[in-house]
Design a protein around this ligand. Sequence first.
Ligand code: LMR
Length: 338
Amino acid sequence: MNTPNRRTLLACAAACAFALPGLVHAQAPIIIKFSHVVAPDTPKGKGAQRFKELAEERTKGRVKVEVYPNSQLYKDKEEMEALQLGSVQMLAPSLAKFGPLGVKEFEVFDLPYIFKDDAAFHAVTDGPVGAEMFKKLEAKGIKGLGYWDNGFHIMSANKPLHNVADFKGLKMRIQSSKVLDAQMRALGAIPQVMAFSELYQGLQSGVVDGTEGVPSNFYTQKIYEVQKHITLSNHGHLAYAVIVNKKFWEGLPADIRATLEGAMKDATTYANAIASTDNAAALDKIKASGKSTVYTPTAAESNEWKKALMPVHKEMESRVGKATIEMVYKAAGFVAPK
Ligand code: LMR
C-alpha cells in the first residue's frame, strides 16, 4: 500500500474543511419549543413531557423538544402570537382560547352541558368533526396535531355556590371564550377574562371573586387555598388542541415529521388516558387539605343550573355558527337536558 504523499494529505484536508460545516450542520438537532401555561404535574404537563421523551428517543436525538410549563415563556394570548411568529413551535391551548385568533367555531366546545361524558367529547374530536375544526386553523398558519381531554369544570368562590342566585354580582374569571362570557352572565355573574398565570393572584387580591376550572389546575395552582367553596357542577368541559406552526411543521424532513406524528399520537393516547384519574386524585387532595369545602349539588340544584344555562346554546348560534353546533350535537349524541 502506498503511503499518502504530502499532496494527497493536503487535498484530503481541504475536502474535510468543506465537508465539516455541512456535517456539523446536519447533526445540529431540530429544536421544538413547546410552551404551555399549566404545571408539569397535570395531564397536559405530563402529555407534553411524554411527547418530548418519545420524540427525542424515536428521532435518535435529531429532534430536541424543550418544554416550557407554567407560562414561563408566554401567557395565554401572547403564546398564540408567538406560535404564529415562529418564536415557539408548539402549544396546547384550551379550546376556549381560539376566539382571539379569529377561529370562533372552537368556542362550541364551551357550550354548557354539551358533552354528557368524556366519550361524547372524544366522539367529536376523534372523528371528522375534529379534523374539520383543525382545517380552520390552517389559514392562520397553524396545524392541529391532537386533542387532549382534561375533564369537567367545577366552580368556586368564597361563598357557597348552590343555587343560581348565589352567583348574582360575583366577578368570575373566565378564559377568553365569548361562550363562557355568556355562560357567566346567564348565571347573573360578571365575567372577567384573565390569563391563567394571573388567576391565583387575581383571586387572592379580590380582583375576581371566583372561577371555574378543573381539579388538576385547582390543585397545582393552589386555587383551593384562596377559594373557600367549590361546587362539583360539571357544567362545562375543558380540553386542549396541540398545535404547531404550520410552516415549521411542513418544512421538516418527511421522515422526521412522520416520526413526530407517531410520537404525538402516542402522547395523545397517554394524556387522554390519565386525565380523569389525575383530576380525581387532585380533587381528593383538595378535600384532604380541608381548605375548601367541596359540594355536590342536589338534583334540583343541578336542574336549576341547567335551566339557566341551556339558553346559552341558542344565544351563541350567531357566534359559533348553527351548523357547527349541530355538527357537534350529532357527533356527541347530544340530548338537551330536561
Ligand atoms: C385556563 O385558562 O383556565 C385553562 O385553559 C388552563 C389550562 O391550560 O388548563
